[in-house]
Design a protein. Structure first.
Length: 446
């Protein structure tokens, strides 16, 4: 029996055709897949065949309404299904894989979110996960009556209160509150309800959730904030964190630093799983994988290259020449939106001073794509695990469905051969897969 650490595997769906900005142009991609439920079912079922822990849908509650010359070539979030609705449909097409989705704390109400994810947990028999985000674009802000997003710190303060209220609502009922006792005529035991009486800086909630406590007790909470404020919220509330370090040394430092924050909240390091983002392109040889990736890179239109960089730099680069470095005067001093992505770009600029074209062809919004054979990809994964840099991986595939199919057919067997990954599901809930305890109701524990 292998004594190697067993990894967790999640799959990120940021676009139905794949994670590369030009994926929809690829001849094997389903360009219309973003509203095709059969396409999503096949993806989720393939990931489940590969014994993944989690199938995760990224989202933002907004379409882009300006710079459409660029967005029309890079249709990120421009035609997507609402994630909880989508995941509910996928619950009926799968039996084991976890189902996670993004819902913003900036533009939702705690009661609605608590009810949605509790319902998803019931429908999926204990496989739901909520990705807590504060949103990071003003397109979303304008949809909800605001000109711009509130400051970063204020958004996270609100998110912290939001999560606290949702957790209280998930404990509205004891596990055995709904007794269905025909002899006494009691559908539920009134003594086992625990109404929420919350009045805080951002929310006032007085009531109980109108659904029984869910199979997992509480759906799994995910977070991906990289700022100090975001990491603190994760240390206090999250059970999965998506990390975006581009090398195992930086990832190890981030891993230890975040796990080290848990003790002050009375939490054990094993109560939080950190998953490193890992984009991969798989080939029968290193050269084939490199060629696959380069073919995609060559499909990136200059409008898209400039715009993707400008979005994360929070700067307009549309008028700049492609083959000169970005002038320092055009670079902001700090980020208000995606701090991790901003810092990653600035690091490349400071260290290498590339031209704008060189920069957009290199920039990958976080983790560097690993290109190689199944064995080479597992070598990288094993290195990260053995260094203690991660608990598992959030897999990203440049094109779908072929990237996922290659991973399940070729990489998963190599992981299993090395004793790093399960050969069958041994539980039925997402918490089972992740090795996370089912939380006791706070009222019963008290």
């Amino acid at each position: 029996m292998s004594t190697k650490k067993q990894i967790s595997l999640a799959m990120l769906i940021g676009g139905a055709s794949g994670g590369h900005p030009a994926s929809w142009l690829h001849p094997k991609a389903n360009a219309a897949g973003s509203t095709d439920i059969d396409h999503y079912r096949r993806l989720a079922q393939t990931a489940e065949r590969g014994l993944f822990d989690l199938f995760f849908i990224a989202d933002t509650p907004a379409a882009r309404t300006d710079n459409l010359h660029a967005w029309s070539r890079f249709p990120m979030f421009m035609n997507v299904l609402e994630p909880v609705t989508l995941l509910t449909a996928l619950a009926g097409a799968t039996t084991h894989i976890g189902l996670g989705g993004t819902v913003s704390t900036s533009f939702s109400e705690p009661y609605n979110v608590a009810r949605q994810f509790s319902s998803l947990d019931h429908i999926s028999h204990g496989r739901a996960a909520w990705n807590v985000v504060t949103s990071a674009n003003d397109y979303a802000a304008r949809n909800f009556g605001h000109a711009t997003l509130p400051p970063h710190a204020l958004r996270y303060e609100k998110a912290g209160e939001f999560v606290d209220v949702v957790n209280k609502l998930w404990d509205s009922w004891d596990d055995d509150a709904f007794i269905h006792d025909r002899d006494s005529g009691l559908f539920f035991d009134p003594a086992r309800q625990h109404p929420v009486h919350h009045e805080g800086k951002f929310f006032k909630v007085d009531g109980a959730l109108n659904v029984a406590r869910s199979p997992q007790g509480k759906p799994v909470i995910i977070q991906a904030g990289a700022s100090d404020t975001g990491l603190e919220l994760a240390a206090r509330t999250a059970e999965i964190v998506f990390a975006s370090a581009s090398n195992p040394q930086d990832a190890k430092r981030g891993y230890d630093e975040l796990k080290g924050r848990l003790a002050k909240y009375g939490r054990h390091p094993d109560e939080l799983k950190i998953l490193a983002g890992l984009p991969v392109v798989i080939g029968s040889s290193q050269q084939e994988a490199e060629d696959k990736y380069q073919a995609l890179q060559e499909m990136i239109h200059p409008d898209v290259g400039r715009f993707r960089l400008g979005t994360d730099l929070e700067a307009d680069l549309s008028d700049l020449p492609l083959d000169e470095p970005i002038p320092e005067s055009r670079l902001p001093k700090s980020a208000n939106l995606h701090k991790a992505f901003f810092d990653g770009i600035m690091k490349i600029i400071r260290e290498e001073n590339p031209t704008l074209r060189q920069l957009y062809l290199r920039y990958e919004r976080g983790r560097k794509t690993i290109k190689g054979t199944p064995k080479q990809i597992v070598d990288v994964m094993e290195q990260w695990i053995e260094m203690g840099a991660t608990d598992g991986f959030m897999m990203q595939f440049s094109t779908l469905p072929d990237g996922l199919e290659d991973f399940v057919n070729l990489v998963v067997p190599e992981l299993q051969r090395r004793g790093m990954f399960r050969t069958q599901y041994t539980g039925t809930t997402l918490r089972d897969h992740l090795g996370l305890a089912r939380p006791a109701n706070a009222h019963v524990a008290a």
